[in-house]
Ligand binder design. Structure first.
Ligand SMILES: Cc1cc2nc3c(=O)[nH]c(=O)nc-3n(C[C@H](O)[C@H](O)[C@H](O)COP(=O)(O)OP(=O)(O)OC[C@H]3O[C@@H](n4cnc5c(N)ncnc54)[C@H](O)[C@@H]3O)c2cc1C
Length: 431
């Protein structure tokens, strides 16, 4: 069976793929290195283990306890965020932090310490984890929380699956009144406008994120649409909403994403009609627009694509984002998805967590071999110069030296790695 990550690159083979079925089971004894595999929604090789064994966790999907009065949920680590939402939203609770897809497991969300549109208010997923159990290959089960085994807690949150298997998790959820969001979209015409609008919006809205047209140049560089949201208060009239997911219909051998299609899409999207003022939107299209098109990753063809997500520190953000956009525009490569957001100042719990104060930019590029790798190397130079970092969950090629300088606690972290565990990502950045 072919196991790939979401961007379908790199293609690697594993010696075996096993299923973890229950939290009480012990770890399999394997001759090669082992790695947990959640839903494979990472881009790159953080969830791959070339020449080793993958331990899939999706069958460890039991809910263990839920206190409707406090919003404390306990579940196995293979439960999807989508399943949690289906259970808790009707009871007035929501995930305190969610990435842009709900088809990820709780274990995967912890191991990458994922962030969402509300980082400036709520921080990362790890900030809302009350405790979890870590199963080590020597059979030890460590209960990890902020007042017990704190070092293991900090190593495992954002620990890229390397410290052992997270078997179950206890989370604190966020109270809501109904499944709807109050939303507002604002078009902005340049990067300067973005910085101003975003700073103002973050003081008023819990959720903010911007799509930008990365093909625009000159005075229009960085133009885009800022999407704001907050959970809706109690209201008498709520619209009915029904999900109608579609599936990307073909698996083309080559990428349908090229300079022309990207240019046309960006122009159309930037100019799309925007409703003036506030709107009432169901949480699913607001948080998960990409989940509405199942298997959209196939549009990049069999060679897959690269996602490039970086964060630049506040003092270097404005100049650095401009430099990155200049390089992308000059390269002639573009991205449908260019997402810009500023992270808040909440310090991450995890030793290897990606979020840190500054601006984060995420882009998708079809894999055109050396040409794309050259472009990404040029982007790296800006990130390096700015003292920024790349996101391991979205990486298949960052140079080892960039990883080490951006994650200075990596050596301390290494002491917590389980001797039976490893990943393609880790071996690559350690070399
Ligand atoms: C459309 C889309 C939008 C996204 N948006 C965002 C976003 O807004 N913000 C963001 O931060 N990320 C985002 N991501 C990335 C995604 O949230 C993360 O990569 C997430 O960690 C994937 O979870 P998964 O269950 O698929 O784990 P996998 O990708 O399968 O694995 C991820 C890591 O978790 C480890 N792991 C999994 N389960 C366990 C376990 N039980 N115990 C120990 N380790 C484990 C794996 O070994 C691996 O290192 C997005 C991805 C997609 C496809």
């Amino acid at each position: 069976m072919m196991i790939t990550s979401w961007n379908r690159y790199p293609l690697v083979s594993h010696t075996n793929v096993l299923d973890a079925v229950h939290r009480h089971e012990s770890l399999p004894i394997t001759s090669g290195p082992l790695l947990a595999f959640g839903s494979g929604r990472s881009y790159g090789d953080v969830c791959l283990n070339e020449g080793g064994v993958l331990l899939r966790t999706r069958r460890m999907d039991r809910f263990i306890a839920f206190d409707e009065s406090t919003g404390v949920l306990v579940c196995e680590s293979g439960v999807l965020l989508a399943d949690i939402l289906d259970l808790v939203v009707p009871q007035g609770w929501f995930l305190p932090v969610t990435p842009g897809t709900r088809f990820v497991t709780v274990g995967g969300a912890i191991a990458n310490d994922v962030h969402g549109k509300n980082h400036h208010i709520q921080g990362n997923f790890g900030h809302h984890v009350r405790k979890f159990e870590l199963l080590r290959s020597d059979g030890e089960r460590k209960l990890c929380c902020p007042d017990k085994n704190i070092d293991w807690f900090r190593a495992t949150i954002g620990g890229l699956g390397l410290t052992g298997l997270i078997t179950w998790v206890e989370l604190q959820l966020l109270p809501i009144i109904n499944p709807f969001m109050i939303t507002e979209s604002k078009r902005f015409h340049s990067l300067d406008d973005f910085w101003e609008l975003s700073a103002e919006a973050e003081s008023q809205w819990p959720y903010t994120v911007a799509w930008i047209d990365c093909t625009a140049t000159g005075k229009r560089q960085g133009r885009g649409i800022l999407m704001l949201g907050q959970h809706a208060p109690a209201q008498a009239d709520l619209p009915t909403w029904k999900e109608r997911p579609r599936r990307f219909p073909v698996d083309p051998p080559f990428s349908l994403v090229n300079t022309l299609s990207v240019r046309a899409f960006n122009l159309l999207y930037y100019n799309k009609p925007i409703k003036k003022g506030l709107a009432l939107t169901h949480y699913k299209p607001y948080f998960y627009p990409l989940d509405g098109m199942l298997e959209w990753n196939r549009m990049y063809g069999r060679k897959g694509f690269f996602q490039y997500q970086c964060v630049l520190p506040p003092e270097a953000s404005q100049e650095g984002i401009r430099d990155l956009l200049n390089i992308i525009a000059n390269s002639g490569s573009g991205s449908f998805l260019a997402v810009l957001k500023t992270f808040g100042s909440k310090i991450s719990q995890g030793m290897l967590s990606f979020p840190r104060p500054g601006a984060t930019l995420a882009l998708d590029f079809p894999n055109q071999g050396k040409r794309t790798l050259r472009l990404l190397n040029e982007l790296d130079a800006v990130v390096r110069e700015a003292g920024g970092a790349l996101y391991p969950a979205k990486d298949a090629r960052m140079p080892s030296e960039l990883f080490r300088s951006a994650y200075p606690l990596w050596e301390q972290f290494s002491t917590f790695i389980d001797p039976q565990f490893s990943s393609s990502f880790w071996r690559r950045v350690k070399e």
